[in-house]
Design a protein around this ligand. Structure first.
Ligand code: F6P
Length: 319
C-alpha cells in the first residue's frame, strides 16, 4: 500500500541532513511512497510541507543547508500547537520522521507519539547530545571544520606570538569542544566536566610562555555554565569578567575568536553522508514494517533502535 511520509528537520540544522533526506526519498521510491518535507514542527503545525521529488532530493548529499529547512517552534510548546501538529500528522501522513537533537526527539515522544502519531527519530545535531547513538548527524563535519579553523587561527597566532581563546558552539554539550581541542592539541580545553577559572587559565598561559611556547590555545565551550549562561562573545562585547580577567594576566598579546554557526554550516563529511544514508535507509525499513516510537542510532557497528521514551529518559531524567 502506498504511504505518505513527512520528514522534518527540527532545531538547528546539521551537516548530513540532506544526505538523510536523499536517502529517505531514494529508499521510499522502491515502495512507491510519497515523501514530503518541512522546516521542523512549525511546518507540521502550519501545514507548510512541500513534496520531495527527484529534482529536490537527488544529488544533494554533499550539500550544506537542509533543503527542507529547519526550525525551532515556540508553538509546539502550546496546547493549541500540539493539537494542530497531531491533527495534521494523523490527517495527512502515515509516518513522521523527525531529524533533530535531544530536545527535538523529546518533543517527538512527548507530543506526537504519546498522542498516537507514528513517529521515528533520527539524531541530527552537531552537539552529539543524543545519548543512545555514537554519532548524531553533523558532529563529524563540525569537528572537521572546527579543527581546520583552529589550525588556521593557531598559525597566525603563532606568527605573532599571541595566545588566543576560542569559543566553540555547543550549548551545554562538551563533545564538540573536546573533540576539536584534542584533535588540535589545544593547551586548555574548558568544558563542563573540566572547568577552569580565569586565573587558572592565565597561569597556564604564563607557564607556557615561561617555558618558551610562543602561543597557547584555549578552547572554551559555549555557555559552559548552565546557571550563569556564560557567553564569551557577550562578555567580550560588554567587557566583563571572564575575558578581562584572562587578559589582565596575559596582557595585550591575546585574542578571542568565536566558532559558532560556521561549524553548523560545514560541508558534510563523508562520514555524515554515510550516516545519513543509513539513518534514512533504516527509517524507511521501520516504516515498512510498522515499527514506530523509536529513534535510530549507531551502536558499535550496527544501526539499531531505542524507544523515544527511553531516549528521552536517558537524556533528561537519568542521573
Ligand atoms: O544545533 C545545536 C546548537 O548549535 C547549539 O550548539 C547552539 O547553542 C544552538 O544550536 C544555537 O542555536 P541557534 O541557531 O538558535 O542560535
Amino acid at each position: 500500500m502506498s504511504k505518505k511520509i513527512l520528514v522534518i528537520a527540527s532545531g538547528g540544522d546539521a551537516p548530513g541532513m540532506n544526505a538523510c533526506v536523499e536517502s529517505i526519498w531514494t529508499h521510499a521510491q522502491k515502495f512507491g511512497w510519497q515523501v514530503f518535507g518541512g522546516a521542523g514542527y512549525t511546518a507540521l503545525i502550519e501545514g507548510l510541507w512541500v513534496p520531495i521529488d527527484a529534482a529536490l532530493a537527488s544529488g544533494i548529499s554533499h550539500m550544506t543547508a537542509c533543503v527542507v529547512g529547519s526550525s525551532r517552534s515556540k508553538a509546539f510548546g502550546t496546547p493549541e500547537g500540539i493539537a494542530a501538529a497531531v491533527a495534521n500528522a494523523k490527517a495527512s501522513f502515515d509516518a513522521i520522521v523527525v531529524l533533530g537533537g535531544n530536545g527535538s526527539l523529546k518533543g517527538a515522544w512527548e507530543k506526537l507519539e504519546r498522542n498516537g502519531v507514528n513517529v521515528i527519530g533520527i539524531p541530527a545535531t552537531i552537539d552529539n547530545d543524543v545519548f543512545f547513538t555514537k554519532n548524531s548527524l553533523g558532529f563529524s563535519s563540525a569537528v572537521e571544520e572546527g579543527a581546520r579553523l583552529v589550525d588556521n587561527l593557531n598559525g597566525t597566532m603563532r606568527a605573532n606570538e599571541r595566545d588566543h581563546v576560542i569559543q566553540i558552539m555547543g550549548w551545554h554539550c562538551d563533545e564538540l569542544t573536546k573533540a576539536i581541542g584534542e584533535a588540535t592539541f589545544a593547551d586548555i580545553i574548558d568544558v563542563n566536566e573540566n572547568r577552569h577559572s580565569p586565573q587558572q587559565i592565565a597561569q597556564i598561559l604564563e607557564r607556557n610562555r615561561t617555558a618558551g611556547k610562543g602561543s597557547s590555545t584555549v578552547l572554551i565551550q559555549e555557555k559552559v555554565d548552565k546557571s550563569k549562561d556564560r557567553n564569551f562573545i557577550r562578555e567580550m562585547h560588554e567587557g566583563v569578567d571572564f575575558w578581562n580577567q584572562i587578559a589582565a594576566f596575559a596582557g595585550d598579546d591575546i585574542r578571542g575568536h568565536i566558532l559558532g554557526h560556521t561549524l553548523r554550516g560545514a560541508a558534510p563529511s563523508a562520514r555524515d553522508r554515510w550516516l545519513g544514508f543509513h539513518y534514512g535507509r533504516v527509517a524507511v525499513e521501520l516504516i515498512q514494517v510498522g515499527k514506530f516510537g523509536v529513534g535510530i542510532g549507531l551502536v558499535g557497528d550496527d544501526f539499531t533502535t531505542e524507544t523515544l521514551e527511553e531516549i528521552k529518559r536517558r537524556n533528561f531524567d537519568a542521573t
